[in-house]
Design a protein around this ligand. Sequence first.
Ligand code: ATP
Length: 226
Amino acid sequence: MTTIEVTDVVKRFESFEALKGVSVTLAEKRIGVVGSNGSGKSTFARLLNGLVLPTRGSVVVDGLDTAKAGKAIRRRVGFVFQNPDNQIVFPVVEEDVAFGLKGLKLPRDERESLVDTVLSRYGLEHLRQQPAHTLSGGQKQLLAIAGALITNPACVVFDEPTTLLDLRNARMIARTIREMEQTVIVVTHDLALLNEFDRVLVFDEGRILVDDAPSAALARYVERMQ
Ligand SMILES: Nc1ncnc2c1ncn2[C@@H]1O[C@H](COP(=O)(O)OP(=O)(O)OP(=O)(O)O)[C@@H](O)[C@H]1O
């Protein structure tokens, strides 16, 4: 289990405060993050593995501060972006999925075996030689998840993982997330995705407005949106 301690975080982009003092400790296995457009959810998600650093305050992951140990934290906390096209960097599926292993200096057979395992876990083994840009939207999202998981992070942050997908692929990704062994933190507008989660945070104008079990938190969110 991963514990992430966010303490009094302000994030400013030039003069705009996207986060206005957020404090929360995340230690549950499945945490959802919802809120209106521009409320700071993506900024919060990116803080959790040091993709964004706080202007004030701190983010500490299992005792490591994101401002000082970003690289070690990104091995522990993976990130899946909303649009898999932003995450796919190599032309061929098997090369792309292996990207996270670069720099780890693994022997070739060990690397190959990790690639085999992760491709088969996400049902992508028959596509391994295929150009990544020819995959369907759902397959690309699975490839992005496979690429984030190949280094076996303890926690994975998803930023709107089902937004670009059709119903069938959205359901497949939802099931994939539900079945993951890792700690997952999911930013989404798809409230049904969070039904069986442990905890839901509702963001509003750069602050956490509600922090509760899914049914209570989502009811407050829906009420507020009316
Ligand atoms: N790099 C940046 N530079 C300037 N402003 C930014 C930057 N990143 C985010 N913002 C601003 O911070 C605010 C919060 O953005 P964020 O992406 O965190 O919202 P969000 O809740 O994820 O929204 P959405 O649901 O639309 O994805 C927005 O007003 C956005 O314009």
